[in-house]
Design a protein around this ligand. Sequence first.
Ligand code: NDP
Length: 340
Amino acid sequence: MHMMNKMITLRSRPQGWPTNETFEFKETPVKQPEAGQIVVRSLYFSVDPYMRGRMNEGKSYIPPYKLGEAIVGGVVGEVIESRSDKFSPGDKVMGYLGWKLYNVVDIAEVRPIDEKIAPLSAYLGVIGMTGLTAYFGLMDIGKPKAGETVVVSGAAGAVGSIVGQIAKIQGARVVGIAGSDEKTKLLTDKLGFDAAVNYKTSPDLKAAIAQACPDGVDVYFDNVGGDVTDAVMSLLNDYARIPLCGAISSYNKEIGTDLRPSILTQLIKTRSMIKGFVLSDYSDRLEEGAQHLGKWLSEGKLNYEETIIDGFDQIPEAFLQLFKGTNVGKMLVRVTPDEK
Ligand code: NDP
């Protein structure tokens, strides 16, 4: 099979916001698979805020992307050629693969997925990385109890929208913070949040969150950091728990500008616990999380939203839109049928 491949590589490490200079589109022939390898045609690409961190140099929980190489992320695809008896053409798989139309990979790099259980895109969202992040961060660190108040920032996004719904299932009162009226309405009207605050239009954010949380805040699931987090911190109850999931407000700023010593005294006064985590901390418990999420989904207790952008060439732009907040729920890029 002789086919041309398209790929997107990291051309240069961005300082601040990524630009056109950050990414490079390349076309190369698709390699022939060797024994034990399969050719996967990409169907959906996950774009995620953490990818911005991997564009920087330096030590983190995951190595930086290499310059000149395809950017890697969650991909759902279809096997179109197999040199393994474990996979056949037509099988659907998920893996951390390159931003390429075709990935030629060892079979250990993918796992089979079943579209009879859930739509293919859900394996990159609600029952995939972002849903599992919501589950473990909230249940293992936040530990919400019935009647407590849980506040989640980035609430209409992939992780946040699932956090809020799981907290509701636990019997908590749930308040979401998000960046548009469309999003706050979605949270309260469709996803069952008790209240929601638009951080972009509230003239006094702390007062707005306080009004939505008359009994204070017991769990703050933080996806964004910065001013939003400062506003929530002053409302913590004693022994509050703060799963520190992300700090998207600082990802395009100079490294180090996300340090907010102003929150420390608040943690001391309330004897609260703040704990950073990454999903890979739970790699031996992923099945547990997937089972809970799958069960709630099948019982209709969990809804999920997706923003799907069509076209391989749109991947960098879809990624950038995460930082502008145009997505509702999980941001995905779908390869169109004519892109072969
Ligand atoms: P989202 O689907 O939530 O998309 C990002 C959202 O962030 C945007 O829609 C926007 O919503 C909001 N946002 C963007 N810029 C800002 C800003 N300056 N201030 C406040 N909000 C902003 O992405 P994910 O659900 O995939 O990720 C959410 C967070 O969780 C990220 O910080 C990410 O890095 C982190 N994460 C951590 C993981 C872990 O293992 N610890 C795993 C997965 C994600 P709005 O319109 O409301 O501004």
